[in-house]
Design a binder for this molecule. Structure first.
Ligand code: SME
Length: 164
């Protein structure tokens, strides 16, 4: 299985999102191993979506969010459930878009380059078990198109990526 990931720079944000959704669908149809899927999905996101510095997963373990696979600089391995954007998305079971992380009271800065963030909660049989976290060095980076697109991706990967 090979994916054509070159030439995406010529596409609009909507077209990039459509490509990403298409790649995720093909990958989910083709592979069932959660670790392999998680690894490639964080890479597909970095390759398709413009101006990201981090893309990856955190999963609930021992009452904390523990780092899963990701692309980007090394990140905090454990996030407590009462602090930060990921934990808020997890607790509220909602997508959270933060246009300026410096204005989010208890944002956790794993990479000081991050200026905006999008977090998507993940569910198995209706129960939240982790989050997909995206960071950008650009303020106000995430568009409504991308929020809608990542909502779809979150629903597509439900159940299949549950790693434990
Ligand atoms: N910024 C996140 C922490 C995870 S890193 O961005 C990879 C937060 O506030 O929860």
């Amino acid at each position: 299985m090979s994916f054509e990931l070159r030439g995406l720079d010529k596409l609009s944000d909507q077209e990039r999102m459509d490509e990403l959704i298409n790649f995720v669908k093909i990958q989910l149809d083709d592979e069932s191993d959660p670790l392999a899927l998680m690894s490639n999905l964080s890479s597909f996101i970095m390759a398709c979506i413009k101006d990201l510095n981090w893309s990856g997963f955190y999963f609930l373990k021992d009452n904390e969010l523990v780092l899963g696979t990701f692309q980007g600089l090394p990140a905090c391995t454990r996030l407590s459930l009462d602090k930060g954007v990921c934990a808020k998305s997890f607790r509220d079971e909602k997508i959270i878009k933060v246009d300026d992380v410096h204005e989010f009271a208890d944002h956790i800065a794993c990479d000081s380059a991050s200026n905006s963030e999008l977090v998507i909660p993940l569910f198995k049989q209706g129960k939240v078990y982790g989050v997909l976290d995206l960071d950008s060095p650009i303020k106000n980076r995430f568009t409504a198109t991308e929020v809608d697109g990542f909502k779809i991706i979150g629903q597509m990967i439900e159940e299949k990526i549950y790693p434990f």
